[in-house]
Design a protein around this ligand. Structure first.
Ligand SMILES: [Zn+2]
Length: 681
């Protein structure tokens, strides 16, 4: 298929149309008669196609082998992008990353994007997902359409082992009697670090990666058995697919995300179940066809079915080195056995005679004009506005992603005229990943050591320049930081991210006059940029512009998942501006979020007293603990409230407060008109 701009537009129209037509389709008489199968979609993270038992003697995967033996196995299934979130977004939307706009992890899938689970839920399916890795957490947007989206990895964990994920899915299947069901299970075990549980650790002592795959296969076996057992009587279908592979050293890449070679781009893909014949399919297919295929299984309108896979040009991309380092963007196209990689230069491989892609045939084979056209038509640049979609990620989210080796950069670097080809830069991959990991873990000295080394080799690397500047800034080296910021400005003039980091630098050095206008500018372009909102709020507060500070805090609160500390700061600001009802609301919100950890009962009690809510004031002041630095003040206030409530023991309260008071508070008690006849006794 030619992927000209027109065909892309038509395709998008079709994709949108499928949802609006879904109900119509599912209610047509013919469809109503055909029982719709329950569907199990399993995505295997970081799983190479050649690390399956049916392709390799090095690993045993009895569950996958059995599934392949009774279903259709695709030996040329290609992912759209070797990164978890964008690859899954393709499977769940039927779109290439150039169309759905998610090029990297830690981006957010738009609410108005049409996702597979939404189509199936609208068609009457019960939908549930069980997620094992942080890049697919609910917040990133793939939960749309799922009645249940279980992404609970336990507090502070960035991944969940296949065992507990399988348990979750099986107990869901046990508990729900509604049919048909659509269940998506995501396994993350083969993602690095490779630490398989026993006995797999011992079974694969020299290849823990394969040990992870073998362990995952064991759990997949339990899952399939449970799924088919509990769907008994009805039709069921299963689709198992990898999201991308792992380099394992091929072409100089150990992990995934930087290059487009076969080890990371070709993935296992198996379909099996009711009505599915046994076959091995060699036609090249894209994992984005998971969407079309499952839509068809659910009786919905679909333009493509893997059961009858027609030959097409299959596309893929790896833009991380471009987006983060300013290297060449990379796009791939596969048709038949010919694979073309375009990345500043052209590489052509014949996968049949040279599966390891060791001989570039670009001198010998002329690229087919249709393939050349498809590559030209593949949109490289992110959509306008996409750069700002990562802005609400907080420190914790970044830390979690960093633990997994993912570090997002928020706006695309320009393509440099002399941009290097990523495949010539493999010697820097490890340092780039390591430096970024140190950086996001806030180990700045270690990060500087690694990044200075990279910068010496790749002096135009924008991400490295900026991260170095920020690291020096945080460590207090004003001069080196400013030097690097100005260097970065030369590489990417006008970058809004850059202005943000420079503003943060001035903020750290308390140069409010330089920081504030930069933050204002950043917030015009990226109104949800959390650190900018927080920093500007502090600046306004220190300038005495309390109302501006409070309004900024409200914007921060709207963006945070659990903004308890922010509600408290807002409460303090409102108190300072004597807007007592607003302060009470803020403290109560913090109390609701914090539960037992809430420690602003003194402020809350004083506020309630100020608005004559005496019972609420008493309740709050009674909760101020004895070791609180303001305990004496709390006793004094509580005694006032006692008088106002007409409590019989009010004299005792005044006496007790006086005993516990410092000289200052004793004075207050002595002068308090409410206590006139008892003061000092
Ligand atoms: Zn992945």
């Amino acid at each position: 298929m030619r992927r000209s701009a027109t065909s892309v537009a038509v395709f998008i129209l079709l994709a949108v149309a499928c949802v609006s037509c879904s109900r119509e389709q599912s209610q047509s008489a013919a469809e109503a008669e055909r029982p719709r199968p329950s569907i199990l979609l399993v995505t295997l993270d970081t799983t190479r196609a050649d690390c399956m038992g049916f392709e390799s003697d090095a690993v045993e995967t009895p569950a996958l082998d059995a599934l392949a033996a009774r279903g259709m196995r695709f030996s040329q299934a290609w992912t759209t992008v070797p990164t978890t979130l964008p690859a899954h977004t393709s499977m769940l939307t039927g779109l290439y990353p150039s169309e759905h706009g998610i090029r990297e992890n830690s981006r957010f899938v738009d609410d108005d994007r049409v996702l597979l689970a939404e189509c199936l839920r609208d068609a009457g399916y019960s939908t549930a997902a069980f997620i094992s890795g942080y890049p697919l957490k609910r917040r990133f947007g793939l939960a749309q359409g799922f009645d249940l989206y279980d992404d609970d990895m336990g507090r502070g964990n960035a991944e969940r082992a296949a065992g507990p994920t399988t348990e979750g899915a099986l107990s869901y299947l046990e508990s729900t009697s509604r049919r048909p069901v659509f269940v998506w299970v995501h396994y993350y075990d083969p993602h690095d670090p490779y630490v398989p549980p026993e006995p797999f650790r011992s079974l694969y002592p020299s290849s823990p990666y394969l040990g992870e795959i073998a362990y995952m296969d064991q759990e997949l076996g339990r899952l399939i058995e449970g799924f088919e057992g509990r769907i008994s009587g009805g039709e069921s279908r299963i689709l198992v697919v990898g999201d991308h592979g792992e380099g394992l050293g091929d072409h100089g890449e150990s992990l995934h995300g930087n290059l487009l070679y076969r080890g990371v781009m070709r993935v296992p893909l198996i379909i099996a179940g009711s009505g599915i014949p046994v076959a091995e399919v060699e036609t090249a297919v894209s994992t984005r066809r998971v969407f079309d295929t499952i839509l068809g299984w659910a009786g919905l309108d679909s333009e493509f079915d893997l059961l009858a896979a027609a030959e097409e040009i299959v596309m893929g991309e790896a833009l991380k080195p471009y987006l983060q380092y300013g290297w060449q963007p990379q796009v791939m196209a596969v048709r038949g056995s010919i694979k073309v990689i375009q990345s500043g230069e052209t590489e052509v491989y014949d996968l049949r005679s040279d599966p390891s892609e060791s001989e570039n045939l670009s001198d010998k084979i002329k690229v087919d004009p249709e393939i050349a056209e498809a590559i030209r038509g593949y949109a490289l640049l992110p959509e306008i506005g996409e750069a700002s979609s990562g802005d609400a990620l907080d420190q914790e989210a970044r830390r979690q992603l960093a633990v997994l080796g993912y570090v997002g950069w928020e706006s695309p670097a320009p393509v440099r005229e002399d941009a290097p080809n990523p495949r010539d830069m493999t010697h820097l991959f490890a340092d780039l990943d390591e430096g970024s990991e140190f950086f996001v873990r806030e180990e700045y000295e270690a990060s500087i050591k690694v990044f200075e080394r990279v910068l010496a080799e790749d002096p135009e690397n924008l991400m490295v320049t900026v991260r170095l500047a920020v690291a020096y800034s945080i460590l207090g080296n004003d001069e080196r930081a400013l030097q690097l910021f100005s260097r970065a400005e030369q590489i990417h003039p006008g970058s809004i991210d850059l202005q943000h980091y420079l503003a943060m630098h001035h903020f750290r050095f308390q140069r409010w006059d330089l920081a504030a206008p930069l933050f204002e500018k950043v917030l015009t372009v990226m109104p949800r940029k959390l650190p900018a909102l927080e920093a500007l709020a502090r600046i306004r507060e220190s300038e005495g512009r309390l109302d501006d500070a409070a309004r900024l805090m409200e914007r921060v609160i709207a963006l945070k998942e659990s903004p308890a500390a922010e509600w408290i700061r807002l409460g303090e600001l409102e108190m300072a501006m004597t807007d007592t009802p607003a302060a009470i609301r803020a403290f109560e919100e913090a109390r609701r979020l914090q539960g037992e950890a809430f420690d602003r009962y003194l402020e809350l009690g004083v506020c309630y007293l100020a608005v004559h809510s005496f019972a609420a004031a008493a309740e709050a002041l009674d909760l101020v603990p004895e070791n609180h630095p303001g305990y004496a003040m709390a006793l004094f206030k509580r005694a006032q409230v006692s008088v106002l409530l007409g409590e019989p023991e009010w004299r005792e309260r005044v006496r007790y407060a006086y005993e516990r008071a410092d000289p200052q508070i004793r004075q207050l008690i002595e002068r308090e008109p409410l206590f006139q006849d008892t003061a000092g006794r």
